[in-house]
Write a protein that binds this ligand. Structure first.
Ligand code: S3P
Length: 435
């Protein structure tokens, strides 16, 4: 029997400060890129969660030394850009699309064989979107169901990979990053053009390692690294994850009398779509103490309860808030009027089909409040919400969104709440502290 957690309705407004845990995307990249250097890198505020630990496991299996000083601080020492070694076992990416897709790009140019597996969710997710451009570069990757799914095998190639110009049909940082990482080892520059610019942490961090990249509009070009050109920094400090802060931005907005200060949150403009949409909905959000940390913009974010109203948003802003749709849908349920979300088809291939999952679970709590569309959702606000048993679908962001919904309404019984360990292991202790 799956474990069920009871989320009680908030008895009073949520008040106080929250230290937002390290950014998941940046934590993955910090370990991968440090592992390609040949000097120790001290990583601080690393996200100690299952997804990032999948990356640590894979990098260790490739011969990279990773020593934890404590849960959130580690020293990563690689053997140089050409120093990864053939793994003795199958590499397990767990639930993590970022681990798998970025590592496909990194391993495609290596002179050894690697085989990947993952959990049941990752095994269903499309990998052809990465495999195809890498194949165009000359990589040899084979996978189940017509080279689209795990398990995947990466076979060494005789020639160097070719630098290409790839026009990606999707705005995906995982696709872009995989191609750029393969491009580190290619015979010529590699360019990726996206329909809209996706999160640019790969570009920002690689530039800090001395890699030459140029951006022009929605295109980015990476120049292959020459001998000695890849230089690891001594330290990387990971900012707090705005995708984790998102749950409290919404909770703070919809639970009456709330006033929260979310400390140390990354506000890279490729990630801040949630701030724009919530502000347009009438949320009271202010940025304080804006600063730079580890090459990324960071701020403390104050939020207090507000009367929200429905909005419409679509494809253009989607890459800047792609992971925040479940919790934005919760905000929409408490807003006045309808919220119309379009251009969100990518949600169907996340950890679960999030459009279907949101619609199904909202239907249990507030029948008639939501319509599922092919590429989006229509949410009828000011819904009458009941207490019900709901499922996370084994998806961390669904679990946290439903917990916020329950706390702001009549409570929920949440199945499979453990999935929060993928990105925010301390989420429920924060909830207990605030309640
Ligand atoms: C991520 C990119 C996004 C995002 C995921 C993390 C990354 O995925 O949803 O949680 O770290 O590059 P896509 O590239 O599939 O949009």
């Amino acid at each position: 029997m799956a474990e069920i957690r009871t989320i009680a309705p908030a008895r009073h407004g949520w008040q106080g400060e929250i230290d937002i845990p390290g950014d998941k995307s940046i934590s993955h990249r910090s370990v991968m890129f440090a592992g390609l250097g040949n000097t120790p890198v001290h990583i601080r505020n690393f996200l100690h969660a299952e997804d990032c630990l999948s990356t640590v496991g894979v990098m260790r299996a490739l011969g990279v030394d990773v020593k934890f000083l404590n849960e959130n601080e580690l020293i990563v020492t690689g053997n140089g850009l050409h120093g990864l070694t053939e793994p003795l076992t199958v590499l397990d990416a767990g639930n993590s699309g970022t681990t798998l897709r970025l590592m496909m790009g990194l391993l495609a140019p290596q002179p050894f064989l690697s085989v990947f597996c993952g959990d049941s969710s990752l095994t269903r997710r499309p990998m052809g979107r990465v495999l195809r451009p890498l194949s165009e570069m000359g990589a040899q990757i084979y996978g189940r169901s017509g080279n689209n799914n795990l398990p995947l095998t990466i076979v060494p190639t005789e020639a160097k990979l070719r630098g290409i110009h790839y026009k990606s049909p999707v705005a995906s940082a995982q696709v872009k990053s995989a191609i750029l990482l393969a491009g580190l080892y290619a015979d010529a520059p590699t360019t990726v053009t996206e329909p809209y610019v996706s999160r640019d942490h790969t570009e920002q961090m690689l530039a800090g390692f001395g890699v030459h990249l140029e951006r022009s509009g929605t295109s980015v070009t990476l120049y292959p690294v020459e001998k000695g050109g890849y230089r690891a920094p001594d330290e990387i400090t990971v900012p707090g994850d705005i995708s984790s802060a998102a749950f409290f931005l919404v909770a703070g907005s919809i639970i009456a009398d709330s006033r929260l200060l979310l400390k140390n949150v990354g506000i890279n403009p490729t990630r801040t779509g949630i701030l724009d949409v919530l502000t347009e909905m009438g949320a009271h959000i202010t940025l304080q103490n804006e600063r730079m940390s580890g090459g990324e913009r960071v701020a403390d974010i104050a939020v207090e309860a507000a009367h929200l109203h429905g909005v419409s948003f679509g494809a253009e802003i989607m890459p800047r808030l792609i992971d925040e749709i479940p919790v934005l849908a919760v905000a929409a349920l408490f807003a006045k009027g309808d919220t119309v979300i379009t251009g969100a088809g990518e949600l169907r291939v996340k950890e679960t089909d999030r459009l279907r999952a949101i619609a199904a679970e909202f239907q249990k709590l507030a029948p008639g409040s939501i319509e599922e569309r092919e590429d989006g959702l229509v949410i009828h606000g000011n819904a009458k919400i009941e207490r019900a048993q709901v499922s996370s679908w084994g998806d961390h962001r669904m679990a946290m969104s439903l917990a916020v919904l329950g706390a702001a309404a009549e409570g929920v019984l949440l199945e499979n709440s453990d999935s929060v360990n993928i990105s925010y292991p301390t989420f429920f202790s924060e909830l207990d502290r605030l309640s």
